[in-house]
Design a protein around this ligand. Structure first.
Ligand SMILES: [Zn+2]
Ligand SMILES: [Zn+2]
Length: 74
C-alpha cells in the first residue's frame, strides 16, 4: 500500500483528494473510492492492500478479494 504524499485528485471520481494509490493499476484514490483488502501469507503475516473498485474485483489483480469464478470445482 502506497500513501499519496502530494496533493492529487482521485483518479476514479476526479473530485476528492487522493490518499492512497491503487496497488493494482497505480491510480490515486480518495477515501470514497479506495477499497481495502488484507492479503494473508501463512500465519501471522498480513499485507494491507488498497485497490480501486475495478482492481478490487479483478481476481487476476486481487486473488484474495476478487470475485471467484462461478465454476470452481477442483
Ligand atoms: Zn474518488
Ligand atoms: Zn486499480
Amino acid at each position: 500500500m502506497r500513501i499519496v504524499e502530494t496533493k492529487m485528485r482521485c483518479g476514479i471520481c476526479k473530485k476528492d483528494g487522493a490518499v492512497v494509490y491503487c496497488d493494482g493499476c497505480g491510480a490515486p484514490l480518495c477515501r470514497n473510492c479506495r477499497k481495502f483488502d488484507l492479503w494473508g501469507y501463512g500465519c501471522g503475516h498480513v499485507d494491507p492492500k488498497a485497490f480501486c473498485p475495478a482492481c478490487a474485483d479483478d481476481i487476476q489483480i486481487n486473488p484474495w478479494g476478487g470475485k471467484r469464478p462461478a465454476a470452481e470445482n477442483d
